[in-house]
Structure formats: C-alpha cells, structure tokens
Design a protein around this ligand. Structure first.
Ligand code: PLP
Length: 402
C-alpha cells in the first residue's frame, strides 16, 4: 500500500558498530522453512555450527549458544561461574564495561571497578598491581571488554593474560568480545581466556538473536561449584544435548543456518584477511577524521579499534543532531554516543561485511553532513581515505594467494 512517505532508493547505510549489515548470502541461507529442532536434519546443522563456531573462537572447549543477545551471554557467564558475594575485578573502558559491572552487582556479586576515562584501554599494569595486592586470592576473576563498542578502544587481551600470570594469581579470565569476535584478532585458548562472551550481530554478520559463551575446562569446573541460581542460562544443561547436536530448548533455528554460512564465509576469506581488512578500514576512517581536523575519542593509537571509530563533535555542536541530519539526507545510520558521552560523540562502524567502497560511501556521507550542519572542519577527509585505500588496494585474487 502506498504511504505518504517518499521511497528512499538504494540500500540503507547501516554504519553503526553492530548490528552490522547482513550479507545476502547469509539472508539466503536463513530463508528456509523452519525445521523440527529435534529432527535429523536439525541435528546435522547443530553439530555443524557447534563445531564450526569453535574455529572462530579459536578454542577446543565448549561454545554454548543461547537464543539471546550479548547481554544474555554476559549473564550466562556471570551466573554459571560465580556465587553470590564473589569478588571480581573489572575495568571501566566505557559504557559496556559499566553495564556489565552493573549487572554483576544486580546478580549479587561484588565487583571492584578500576576507573578510567572512557578513552583508554584496560591497563594490564593496574590489573597486575591489584592482583599482586590480593594476597589471599579473594578476587575470583578478571572481567574485561575486548573491544569497547562505546568508545572505539580495543584492549590487549594477551597482555592482560600476561599480567594475571605475572601476579601468579589463580583468577579466572572473562572477556567480552561481543563486538570483537570475527573482526579483531581473538584467540581464546592461546590467550588463556576462561569465558568468552559474544553476540551474533557484529563480526559474525548475522541479525541479533544468538548470545555465545566460550567456556574453558577451568570455567566449567568453577560452574559446578557456583551457587548462583540459574536455569535458562545453565551451561550444564547444554552439555548433554549439544553432544548430539541438540539444545535443551528451542534454539534460534533459522539464525543457526545463517551462523553455519557465516563460519564458512569467514574461512573462505581467511580469518587473517578478515582482521587485516578491518584494520585497513579503521585506518582509512581515522585518516578521514584527521583530514577533517576532528578528534578521535581513543587516545592511544595502539588501542585504535578495527571495528569502529568514535569521533568527538566540536564544542557547540550536538552529535545526535548530526546523526539525525545524516540519516535524513543520506540514509546513513551512525552510532550514537552512549550514556555519559551522549551528544558528544558519534561512531562510525567499519565492521562485518564491508569493502572499500562501502567505507568511502559512509565517509562521504559524514563529510557532506559536516558541510550541511556548518560544523567547522577541513575538506579532504574523504580524499585522505581514498588516497590510503587506493594506494593499498589489492585485487582479491592477488591477496588470496599471499
Ligand atoms: N558488550 C559489548 C561490547 C557490546 O557492544 C554490546 C552491544 O552492543 C553488548 C555487550 C550487549 O549486547 P546486546 O546489545 O546484544 O545485548
């Protein structure tokens, strides 16, 4: 039925840092009649995704899938591992680290939050010092966010592992890589991560709807001693059915078809190339931001996120108004500043199924909106990105044989 709204031609530019655009190939893979989730065809799919996803987490341990979002996976991690009153160490990288800490408090845990400025990565030195001071080993776990989606700051998980080891502390290591997985390098087993928290709607290129937890043997053992009430998120209830390719309740069947396809696509491209592509698009975006003379929120170049870039709006200009104008004029969704940085920053997502021209289109939309809104800036940001991408571009076949 015709509405009074004029048709908007072309594809919407979904440039928020997740949910990210879902490739047609994944949409097609999910476009199937719903299966009997206790039948033989589903069983094959279940076994395929449950083993395939481990190659993305880079783990040989369990990866449990819940019909939930990343928040559900956070909760699964906390309720399975801990008991009420347990002390855990967390680090304030930004909005998502803060939400996870708030959840821990609500669940009756006792989180200690190392405060920071929302512009910096988790500091391994501070983690090591705090663990060394914990002579009686009261701290049960270190919980950090790998890629802080609210700020565009990526923490170095391998260095945090080294800090825990250097302190000779038995704490478990829990990592939220909801927006990092399949976009930024992540190696669960090699980096000694005990619980990995992830979601379907970012680097995995799926719609929202699956929350994932990777669980080491040590975390599985801790879950057997945990006294927190759990039911829907119980890992133990998953183990038996998962062995056969099934789930204890109705899984998100059609999303699982999409997940199987996503795992194949990531391996066809090669995880190393996927990560290199994200790093390159992050660099192109930051060159554009510097070209405009605007400020990147992340203070430390070593912690620049390959997933998104958060940009500070110049004083006197509202970032939410900016996003509104960009949406109205160019059909592009940019990420909002969250909680204490609301209105002060906007975020450009460069994750998932993205190529050079997508990024350049998004950056062009941003540059044109800066002009429309009269935000003080220099011309040439997009040109800087073009120069960088043009001079580093490789034909896919050429890069595939490297
Ligand atoms: N952790 C991080 C780093 C996130 O980026 C998000 C969501 O964007 C979450 C947790 C919460 O996930 P969800 O919104 O899927 O519940």
């Amino acid at each position: 039925m015709a509405t009074n709204q004029p048709r908007v031609p072309g594809r919407h530019f979904l440039q928020i840092p997740g949910p990210a655009p879902v490739p047609d190939r994944i949409l097609r893979a999910m476009d199937k009649a719903v299966l009997d989730h206790r039948g033989p065809e589903f069983q094959k799919l279940g076994l395929r995704v449950l083993s395939g996803i481990k190659t993305i987490f880079k783990t040989k341990s369990h990866v449990f899938l819940f019909p939930a979002s990343g928040t559900g996976a956070w909760e699964a991690a906390l309720v399975n591992v801990f008991s009420p009153g347990d002390k855990i160490l967390m680090f304030e990288t930004g909005h998502f680290a803060t939400l996870w800490k708030t959840m821990a408090t609500k669940l009756g845990l006792n989180p200690e939050f190392i405060e920071s400025d929302w512009r910096s990565a988790t500091d391994p030195v501070a983690i090591e010092a705090r663990l060394k001071a914990d002579k009686n080993h009261e701290i049960k776990a270190v919980c950090v966010v790998h890629n802080e989606t609210s700020t565009g700051v990526t923490s170095n998980i391998a260095d945090i592992r080294k800090a825990i080891d250097a302190a000779r502390h038995p704490a478990l290591f829990l990592v939220d890589t909801v927006s990092g997985l399949a976009s930024a390098d992540f190696r669960m087993d090699e980096w000694g991560v005990d619980v990995t928290v992830a979601g379907s709607q970012k680097g995995l290129m799926l719609p929202p709807g699956i929350g994932l937890t990777g669980v080491s043997e040590k975390a599985m053992k801790a879950s057997k001693e945990s006294k927190t009430v759990k039911s829907f998120f119980s890992w133990e209830d998953m183990v038996g059915p998962n062995k056969q390719g099934f789930f204890p309740y109705t899984p998100a069947t059609n999303l699982l078809w999409g997940l199987a396809e996503a795992v194949d696509m990531l391996h066809e491209e090669g995880l190393e190339r996927v990560f290199a592509r994200h790093i390159r698009h992050g660099e192109a975006t930051r060159r554009a931001v510097r070209g405009w003379g605007l400020e990147i929120l992340c203070k430390d170049p070593k912690a620049y996120s390959p997933v998104l870039t958060a940009i500070l709006m110049p004083q006197g200009h509202d970032a939410d108004e900016f996003r509104k104008i960009a949406l109205e004029h160019f059909d592009i969704s940019l990420g909002a500043g969250l909680s204490k940085i609301a209105g002060k920053v906007f975020r450009i997502g460069h994750l998932g199924d993205t190529n050079d021209l997508t990024i350049l289109g998004a950056l062009s939309g941003v540059e044109m909106t800066l002009g429309i809104m009269g935000v003080p800036h220099k011309k040439g940001g997009v040109q800087a990105a073009i120069d960088y991408l043009g001079s580093t571009a490789k034909a896919p076949l050429q890069s595939a044989t490297e």
